[in-house]
Design a protein around this ligand. Structure first.
Ligand SMILES: NC(=O)c1ccc[n+]([C@@H]2O[C@H](COP(=O)([O-])OP(=O)(O)OC[C@H]3O[C@@H](n4cnc5c(N)ncnc54)[C@H](OP(=O)(O)O)[C@@H]3O)[C@@H](O)[C@H]2O)c1
Length: 383
Protein backbone atom coordinates (compact mmCIF):
# COMPACT_ATOMS: atom_id res chain seq x y z
CA UNK A 1 0.00 0.00 0.00
CA UNK A 2 1.45 3.38 -0.91
CA UNK A 3 2.11 5.47 2.13
CA UNK A 4 1.73 9.19 2.50
CA UNK A 5 2.94 12.11 3.98
CA UNK A 6 2.86 14.11 7.07
CA UNK A 7 3.01 12.08 10.25
CA UNK A 8 2.29 13.87 13.47
CA UNK A 9 2.28 11.22 16.16
CA UNK A 10 3.01 13.46 19.13
CA UNK A 11 -0.19 15.42 19.34
CA UNK A 12 -3.49 14.28 18.03
CA UNK A 13 -6.40 16.53 18.90
CA UNK A 14 -9.84 15.10 18.40
CA UNK A 15 -11.93 17.47 16.28
CA UNK A 16 -14.53 17.45 19.06
CA UNK A 17 -12.21 19.70 21.00
CA UNK A 18 -12.79 22.31 18.30
CA UNK A 19 -16.52 22.17 18.39
CA UNK A 20 -16.75 25.00 20.89
CA UNK A 21 -14.78 27.43 18.75
CA UNK A 22 -15.73 25.98 15.38
CA UNK A 23 -19.34 25.25 16.20
CA UNK A 24 -20.83 26.34 12.91
CA UNK A 25 -18.58 24.17 10.77
CA UNK A 26 -19.09 21.13 12.96
CA UNK A 27 -22.80 21.75 12.87
CA UNK A 28 -22.64 21.84 9.08
CA UNK A 29 -21.07 18.41 9.08
CA UNK A 30 -23.51 17.01 11.60
CA UNK A 31 -26.56 18.44 9.88
CA UNK A 32 -25.83 16.34 6.83
CA UNK A 33 -27.81 13.24 6.27
CA UNK A 34 -26.52 11.01 3.54
CA UNK A 35 -27.41 8.03 1.49
CA UNK A 36 -25.57 5.99 -1.09
CA UNK A 37 -25.79 6.97 -4.72
CA UNK A 38 -27.79 3.80 -5.41
CA UNK A 39 -30.19 4.33 -2.52
CA UNK A 40 -33.94 4.81 -2.89
CA UNK A 41 -34.39 7.12 -5.85
CA UNK A 42 -37.67 8.63 -4.68
CA UNK A 43 -36.09 9.68 -1.35
CA UNK A 44 -33.31 11.37 -3.29
CA UNK A 45 -35.80 13.00 -5.59
CA UNK A 46 -37.74 14.55 -2.68
CA UNK A 47 -34.68 16.24 -1.23
CA UNK A 48 -34.64 20.00 -1.92
CA UNK A 49 -30.86 20.44 -1.69
CA UNK A 50 -28.46 17.65 -2.37
CA UNK A 51 -24.90 17.43 -3.52
CA UNK A 52 -22.39 14.77 -4.50
CA UNK A 53 -19.63 14.35 -1.91
CA UNK A 54 -16.61 12.18 -1.17
CA UNK A 55 -17.47 10.83 2.26
CA UNK A 56 -15.61 8.60 4.70
CA UNK A 57 -17.28 6.94 7.66
CA UNK A 58 -14.15 5.47 9.25
CA UNK A 59 -10.43 6.17 9.14
CA UNK A 60 -8.23 3.97 7.01
CA UNK A 61 -6.75 3.54 3.56
CA UNK A 62 -8.44 6.24 1.41
CA UNK A 63 -8.86 3.70 -1.40
CA UNK A 64 -11.05 1.62 0.95
CA UNK A 65 -12.94 4.19 2.97
CA UNK A 66 -13.76 7.10 0.64
CA UNK A 67 -16.98 6.85 -1.39
CA UNK A 68 -18.85 9.18 -3.71
CA UNK A 69 -22.34 9.64 -2.28
CA UNK A 70 -25.39 11.88 -2.54
CA UNK A 71 -25.73 14.07 0.51
CA UNK A 72 -28.74 16.10 1.67
CA UNK A 73 -27.78 19.63 2.58
CA UNK A 74 -29.22 21.90 5.28
CA UNK A 75 -31.28 24.89 4.19
CA UNK A 76 -29.54 28.27 3.98
CA UNK A 77 -29.67 30.30 7.18
CA UNK A 78 -29.65 34.14 7.19
CA UNK A 79 -25.85 34.26 7.60
CA UNK A 80 -25.09 31.33 5.27
CA UNK A 81 -24.28 31.05 1.61
CA UNK A 82 -24.85 28.26 -0.89
CA UNK A 83 -21.71 27.63 -2.91
CA UNK A 84 -20.85 25.53 -5.90
CA UNK A 85 -17.41 24.04 -5.36
CA UNK A 86 -15.38 24.52 -8.53
CA UNK A 87 -12.10 22.75 -7.85
CA UNK A 88 -10.34 21.21 -4.85
CA UNK A 89 -6.87 19.71 -4.54
CA UNK A 90 -5.82 16.47 -2.86
CA UNK A 91 -3.10 17.44 -0.39
CA UNK A 92 -1.06 15.18 1.91
CA UNK A 93 -2.98 16.53 4.93
CA UNK A 94 -6.28 15.44 3.31
CA UNK A 95 -4.93 11.90 3.00
CA UNK A 96 -3.60 11.95 6.58
CA UNK A 97 -7.00 13.15 7.87
CA UNK A 98 -8.70 10.20 6.17
CA UNK A 99 -6.05 7.83 7.53
CA UNK A 100 -6.70 9.27 11.00
CA UNK A 101 -3.10 10.39 11.53
CA UNK A 102 -3.50 14.18 11.24
CA UNK A 103 -3.42 16.65 14.12
CA UNK A 104 -7.10 17.55 13.72
CA UNK A 105 -9.77 15.04 12.79
CA UNK A 106 -13.39 15.93 11.94
CA UNK A 107 -16.14 13.90 13.53
CA UNK A 108 -17.24 11.02 11.31
CA UNK A 109 -18.80 10.70 8.85
CA UNK A 110 -16.91 13.50 7.17
CA UNK A 111 -16.45 14.92 3.71
CA UNK A 112 -12.81 14.87 2.58
CA UNK A 113 -10.77 17.88 1.50
CA UNK A 114 -9.51 20.96 3.29
CA UNK A 115 -9.08 23.51 0.53
CA UNK A 116 -10.57 24.48 -2.79
CA UNK A 117 -12.34 27.33 -4.50
CA UNK A 118 -16.11 27.74 -4.63
CA UNK A 119 -18.52 30.19 -6.26
CA UNK A 120 -21.35 31.77 -4.30
CA UNK A 121 -24.71 30.93 -5.93
CA UNK A 122 -27.18 32.03 -3.22
CA UNK A 123 -26.89 34.18 -0.10
CA UNK A 124 -28.80 34.38 3.16
CA UNK A 125 -30.75 37.53 4.04
CA UNK A 126 -28.13 38.84 6.52
CA UNK A 127 -24.97 38.10 4.54
CA UNK A 128 -22.94 41.31 4.20
CA UNK A 129 -19.46 40.51 2.91
CA UNK A 130 -20.31 38.27 -0.06
CA UNK A 131 -22.45 38.46 -3.19
CA UNK A 132 -23.59 35.98 -5.82
CA UNK A 133 -20.75 35.13 -8.21
CA UNK A 134 -17.94 35.73 -5.68
CA UNK A 135 -15.16 33.17 -5.46
CA UNK A 136 -14.44 32.02 -1.93
CA UNK A 137 -11.98 29.75 -0.14
CA UNK A 138 -12.16 28.24 3.38
CA UNK A 139 -10.62 30.21 6.24
CA UNK A 140 -9.81 27.11 8.28
CA UNK A 141 -9.01 23.43 7.80
CA UNK A 142 -11.67 20.73 7.89
CA UNK A 143 -14.42 22.27 5.76
CA UNK A 144 -14.88 19.19 3.57
CA UNK A 145 -14.31 20.61 0.09
CA UNK A 146 -14.59 17.41 -1.95
CA UNK A 147 -18.23 17.95 -2.89
CA UNK A 148 -20.19 19.67 -5.58
CA UNK A 149 -22.11 22.14 -3.39
CA UNK A 150 -22.19 23.23 0.24
CA UNK A 151 -24.06 25.49 2.61
CA UNK A 152 -21.41 27.43 4.51
CA UNK A 153 -21.39 30.13 7.14
CA UNK A 154 -20.30 33.51 5.80
CA UNK A 155 -17.75 33.69 8.63
CA UNK A 156 -16.04 30.43 7.56
CA UNK A 157 -15.04 31.62 4.08
CA UNK A 158 -13.13 34.50 2.54
CA UNK A 159 -13.47 36.02 -0.93
CA UNK A 160 -10.81 35.91 -3.65
CA UNK A 161 -10.75 37.85 -6.92
CA UNK A 162 -12.42 35.74 -9.60
CA UNK A 163 -10.10 36.85 -12.36
CA UNK A 164 -7.18 34.66 -11.31
CA UNK A 165 -6.70 31.18 -12.82
CA UNK A 166 -8.99 28.54 -11.32
CA UNK A 167 -6.10 26.24 -10.35
CA UNK A 168 -4.29 29.09 -8.60
CA UNK A 169 -7.42 29.90 -6.60
CA UNK A 170 -8.02 26.24 -5.73
CA UNK A 171 -4.49 25.82 -4.36
CA UNK A 172 -3.92 29.25 -2.78
CA UNK A 173 -5.17 28.86 0.78
CA UNK A 174 -2.70 26.29 2.12
CA UNK A 175 0.63 25.95 0.34
CA UNK A 176 1.31 29.51 -0.90
CA UNK A 177 0.14 30.87 2.49
CA UNK A 178 2.53 28.47 4.23
CA UNK A 179 5.40 29.50 1.95
CA UNK A 180 4.56 33.19 2.41
CA UNK A 181 4.55 33.00 6.21
CA UNK A 182 7.71 30.92 6.46
CA UNK A 183 9.56 33.39 4.23
CA UNK A 184 8.22 36.35 6.22
CA UNK A 185 8.03 35.41 9.90
CA UNK A 186 11.24 33.62 10.90
CA UNK A 187 14.25 35.51 9.48
CA UNK A 188 14.61 39.05 8.23
CA UNK A 189 15.37 38.07 4.63
CA UNK A 190 16.80 40.74 2.33
CA UNK A 191 17.34 40.66 -1.45
CA UNK A 192 20.44 38.55 -2.10
CA UNK A 193 19.93 36.31 0.95
CA UNK A 194 19.56 32.56 0.53
CA UNK A 195 16.94 30.01 1.58
CA UNK A 196 17.53 26.26 1.32
CA UNK A 197 14.61 23.83 1.16
CA UNK A 198 13.93 20.12 0.63
CA UNK A 199 10.82 18.71 -1.13
CA UNK A 200 11.39 21.66 -3.47
CA UNK A 201 9.07 20.18 -6.11
CA UNK A 202 6.14 20.01 -3.65
CA UNK A 203 3.27 22.48 -3.73
CA UNK A 204 4.85 24.36 -0.81
CA UNK A 205 8.28 24.15 -2.44
CA UNK A 206 7.11 25.62 -5.75
CA UNK A 207 5.42 28.49 -3.92
CA UNK A 208 8.59 29.11 -1.87
CA UNK A 209 10.65 29.30 -5.09
CA UNK A 210 8.32 31.82 -6.69
CA UNK A 211 7.67 34.06 -3.68
CA UNK A 212 11.40 34.10 -2.88
CA UNK A 213 12.26 34.94 -6.51
CA UNK A 214 9.75 37.81 -6.44
CA UNK A 215 11.66 39.14 -3.39
CA UNK A 216 15.09 38.60 -5.07
CA UNK A 217 15.96 35.90 -2.54
CA UNK A 218 18.13 32.98 -3.74
CA UNK A 219 16.78 29.48 -3.28
CA UNK A 220 18.74 26.24 -3.07
CA UNK A 221 16.21 23.57 -3.91
CA UNK A 222 16.77 19.97 -2.88
CA UNK A 223 14.85 17.14 -4.52
CA UNK A 224 15.13 13.37 -4.45
CA UNK A 225 17.01 11.85 -7.38
CA UNK A 226 14.88 10.46 -10.23
CA UNK A 227 15.37 9.51 -13.87
CA UNK A 228 13.88 12.80 -15.10
CA UNK A 229 15.90 14.98 -12.70
CA UNK A 230 17.05 17.32 -15.49
CA UNK A 231 13.49 18.06 -16.67
CA UNK A 232 12.40 18.69 -13.07
CA UNK A 233 15.41 20.93 -12.44
CA UNK A 234 14.68 22.89 -15.64
CA UNK A 235 11.04 23.29 -14.65
CA UNK A 236 11.90 24.60 -11.16
CA UNK A 237 14.51 26.97 -12.61
CA UNK A 238 11.91 28.26 -15.07
CA UNK A 239 9.74 29.35 -12.13
CA UNK A 240 12.67 31.06 -10.39
CA UNK A 241 14.81 28.46 -8.57
CA UNK A 242 18.43 29.64 -8.22
CA UNK A 243 19.91 26.16 -7.75
CA UNK A 244 18.31 22.70 -7.91
CA UNK A 245 20.32 19.84 -6.42
CA UNK A 246 19.83 16.18 -5.56
CA UNK A 247 19.77 15.19 -1.88
CA UNK A 248 23.10 13.35 -2.26
CA UNK A 249 24.79 16.61 -3.24
CA UNK A 250 24.19 18.00 0.28
CA UNK A 251 26.81 15.58 1.59
CA UNK A 252 29.40 16.15 -1.16
CA UNK A 253 32.36 18.58 -0.96
CA UNK A 254 31.33 20.06 -4.35
CA UNK A 255 28.46 21.86 -2.60
CA UNK A 256 31.06 24.45 -1.49
CA UNK A 257 31.19 25.61 -5.13
CA UNK A 258 27.56 26.57 -4.90
CA UNK A 259 28.22 28.95 -2.00
CA UNK A 260 30.59 30.93 -4.23
CA UNK A 261 27.56 32.23 -6.15
CA UNK A 262 25.22 32.84 -3.19
CA UNK A 263 25.64 33.29 0.55
CA UNK A 264 25.00 30.45 2.99
CA UNK A 265 21.30 30.17 3.86
CA UNK A 266 19.77 32.19 6.68
CA UNK A 267 16.68 29.99 6.51
CA UNK A 268 16.12 26.28 5.86
CA UNK A 269 12.61 24.95 5.16
CA UNK A 270 12.08 21.30 5.99
CA UNK A 271 9.09 19.36 4.65
CA UNK A 272 10.77 15.97 4.86
CA UNK A 273 12.53 15.26 8.20
CA UNK A 274 15.13 12.54 8.82
CA UNK A 275 18.57 12.79 7.21
CA UNK A 276 17.38 15.34 4.69
CA UNK A 277 16.61 17.82 7.50
CA UNK A 278 19.94 17.18 9.24
CA UNK A 279 21.79 17.88 5.99
CA UNK A 280 19.90 21.16 5.50
CA UNK A 281 20.94 22.23 9.01
CA UNK A 282 24.61 21.66 8.24
CA UNK A 283 24.56 24.38 5.59
CA UNK A 284 22.81 27.10 7.61
CA UNK A 285 24.55 30.36 8.46
CA UNK A 286 25.54 30.94 12.08
CA UNK A 287 22.35 31.85 13.95
CA UNK A 288 20.09 30.78 11.06
CA UNK A 289 16.70 29.07 11.42
CA UNK A 290 15.34 25.78 10.22
CA UNK A 291 11.55 25.69 10.04
CA UNK A 292 9.91 22.27 9.87
CA UNK A 293 6.47 22.25 8.27
CA UNK A 294 6.11 18.67 6.99
CA UNK A 295 7.42 15.20 7.66
CA UNK A 296 7.11 13.35 4.36
CA UNK A 297 9.88 10.84 5.26
CA UNK A 298 8.13 10.04 8.57
CA UNK A 299 11.52 10.29 10.32
CA UNK A 300 12.34 12.52 13.28
CA UNK A 301 14.56 15.55 12.89
CA UNK A 302 18.03 15.03 14.38
CA UNK A 303 19.94 18.20 15.22
CA UNK A 304 23.75 17.85 15.23
CA UNK A 305 25.20 19.03 18.54
CA UNK A 306 27.76 21.13 16.66
CA UNK A 307 24.98 23.03 14.86
CA UNK A 308 23.55 24.04 18.23
CA UNK A 309 26.84 24.83 20.00
CA UNK A 310 28.95 26.36 17.26
CA UNK A 311 26.23 27.85 15.04
CA UNK A 312 23.46 28.48 17.54
CA UNK A 313 20.87 27.51 14.93
CA UNK A 314 17.20 27.98 15.77
CA UNK A 315 14.97 24.94 15.22
CA UNK A 316 11.36 25.98 14.72
CA UNK A 317 8.06 24.63 13.41
CA UNK A 318 5.15 26.13 11.50
CA UNK A 319 1.51 25.13 10.95
CA UNK A 320 -0.57 27.40 8.73
CA UNK A 321 -3.83 26.23 10.34
CA UNK A 322 -2.60 27.49 13.72
CA UNK A 323 -1.49 30.76 12.15
CA UNK A 324 -4.96 31.27 10.64
CA UNK A 325 -6.65 30.47 13.96
CA UNK A 326 -4.30 32.82 15.81
CA UNK A 327 -5.33 35.59 13.42
CA UNK A 328 -9.03 34.77 13.16
CA UNK A 329 -10.15 37.71 15.32
CA UNK A 330 -8.42 40.25 13.11
CA UNK A 331 -8.67 39.22 9.48
CA UNK A 332 -6.52 42.05 8.16
CA UNK A 333 -3.25 40.08 8.15
CA UNK A 334 -4.84 37.13 6.33
CA UNK A 335 -6.50 39.50 3.87
CA UNK A 336 -3.22 41.35 3.28
CA UNK A 337 -1.41 38.07 2.61
CA UNK A 338 -4.08 36.89 0.15
CA UNK A 339 -4.01 40.28 -1.61
CA UNK A 340 -0.23 40.10 -1.96
CA UNK A 341 -0.37 36.51 -3.25
CA UNK A 342 -3.14 37.37 -5.75
CA UNK A 343 -1.13 40.36 -6.93
CA UNK A 344 1.84 38.03 -7.59
CA UNK A 345 -0.51 35.69 -9.48
CA UNK A 346 -1.82 38.54 -11.63
CA UNK A 347 1.75 39.66 -12.39
CA UNK A 348 2.58 36.10 -13.52
CA UNK A 349 5.08 35.71 -10.67
CA UNK A 350 3.15 33.00 -8.81
CA UNK A 351 1.62 30.13 -10.76
CA UNK A 352 -0.24 27.09 -9.46
CA UNK A 353 1.88 23.97 -8.96
CA UNK A 354 1.91 21.51 -11.82
CA UNK A 355 -1.59 20.00 -11.64
CA UNK A 356 -3.51 17.03 -13.00
CA UNK A 357 -7.23 17.82 -13.28
CA UNK A 358 -9.54 14.89 -12.54
CA UNK A 359 -13.35 14.74 -12.61
CA UNK A 360 -14.97 14.11 -9.23
CA UNK A 361 -16.30 10.75 -10.42
CA UNK A 362 -12.71 9.61 -11.07
CA UNK A 363 -11.73 10.36 -7.48
CA UNK A 364 -10.23 6.94 -6.74
CA UNK A 365 -7.70 7.34 -9.55
CA UNK A 366 -6.86 10.83 -8.25
CA UNK A 367 -6.50 9.69 -4.62
CA UNK A 368 -4.25 6.83 -5.73
CA UNK A 369 -2.11 9.16 -7.86
CA UNK A 370 -1.82 11.64 -4.96
CA UNK A 371 -0.26 8.91 -2.83
CA UNK A 372 2.46 7.93 -5.33
CA UNK A 373 6.05 9.20 -4.94
CA UNK A 374 7.94 11.10 -7.66
CA UNK A 375 4.79 12.36 -9.40
CA UNK A 376 5.47 16.12 -8.97
CA UNK A 377 1.86 16.95 -9.90
CA UNK A 378 -0.98 17.99 -7.62
CA UNK A 379 -4.25 16.12 -8.21
CA UNK A 380 -7.14 18.58 -8.53
CA UNK A 381 -10.74 17.40 -8.34
CA UNK A 382 -12.90 19.32 -10.80
CA UNK A 383 -16.55 19.34 -9.76
N1 LIG B 1 2.73 22.91 8.35
C1 LIG B 1 1.90 23.45 7.46
O1 LIG B 1 1.23 24.45 7.71
C2 LIG B 1 1.78 22.81 6.12
C3 LIG B 1 1.11 23.44 5.08
C4 LIG B 1 1.11 22.84 3.82
C5 LIG B 1 1.70 21.61 3.65
N2 LIG B 1 2.29 21.00 4.72
C6 LIG B 1 2.97 19.72 4.60
O2 LIG B 1 4.01 19.92 3.66
C7 LIG B 1 4.28 18.70 3.00
C8 LIG B 1 4.20 18.95 1.49
O3 LIG B 1 2.86 19.27 1.15
P1 LIG B 1 2.50 19.61 -0.36
O4 LIG B 1 1.06 19.76 -0.51
O5 LIG B 1 3.38 20.72 -0.79
O6 LIG B 1 3.00 18.25 -1.03
P2 LIG B 1 2.89 17.70 -2.51
O7 LIG B 1 2.74 18.81 -3.47
O8 LIG B 1 1.92 16.58 -2.48
O9 LIG B 1 4.35 17.06 -2.70
C9 LIG B 1 4.83 16.05 -1.86
C10 LIG B 1 6.32 16.24 -1.71
O10 LIG B 1 6.83 15.34 -0.76
C11 LIG B 1 7.95 14.66 -1.30
N3 LIG B 1 8.05 13.35 -0.70
C12 LIG B 1 7.08 12.40 -0.66
N4 LIG B 1 7.51 11.33 0.04
C13 LIG B 1 8.78 11.62 0.42
C14 LIG B 1 9.76 10.92 1.17
N5 LIG B 1 9.52 9.70 1.67
N6 LIG B 1 10.96 11.50 1.38
C15 LIG B 1 11.20 12.73 0.87
N7 LIG B 1 10.31 13.45 0.17
C16 LIG B 1 9.12 12.90 -0.05
C17 LIG B 1 7.66 14.61 -2.79
O11 LIG B 1 8.87 14.40 -3.47
P3 LIG B 1 9.01 13.33 -4.65
O12 LIG B 1 8.59 14.02 -5.91
O13 LIG B 1 10.46 13.02 -4.59
O14 LIG B 1 8.12 12.16 -4.30
C18 LIG B 1 7.11 16.01 -3.01
O15 LIG B 1 8.14 16.95 -3.05
C19 LIG B 1 3.25 17.70 3.52
O16 LIG B 1 3.81 17.00 4.60
C20 LIG B 1 2.14 18.60 4.02
O17 LIG B 1 1.33 17.99 4.98
C21 LIG B 1 2.34 21.58 5.93
Amino acid sequence: MPSVAMWLPFYKICFKSQTACRGRFTAALLQMSWHKANANASRFGHSAQTCRALLYRRHGDPAQVVQLEDVDMPSIGPKDVLVKILAAPINPSDINMIQGTYAILPDLPAVGGNEGVAQVVEIGSRVKSLKIGDWVIPKDAGLGTWRTKAVLAEEDIIALPNDIPLLSAATLGVNPCTAFRMLSDFEDLKPGDTVIQNAANSGVGQAVIQIAAARSINTINVVRDRPEFTQLSDRLKAIGATHVIKEEMLRRPEIKQLFKSCPKPKLALNGVGGKSATELLRHLQVGGSMVTYGGMAKQPVTVPVSALIFKDVKVRGFWVTQWKRDHSNDESKFRAMLDELCSLIKQGKLTAPLCTEVGLQDYSQAVDAAMQPFTSAKQILIM
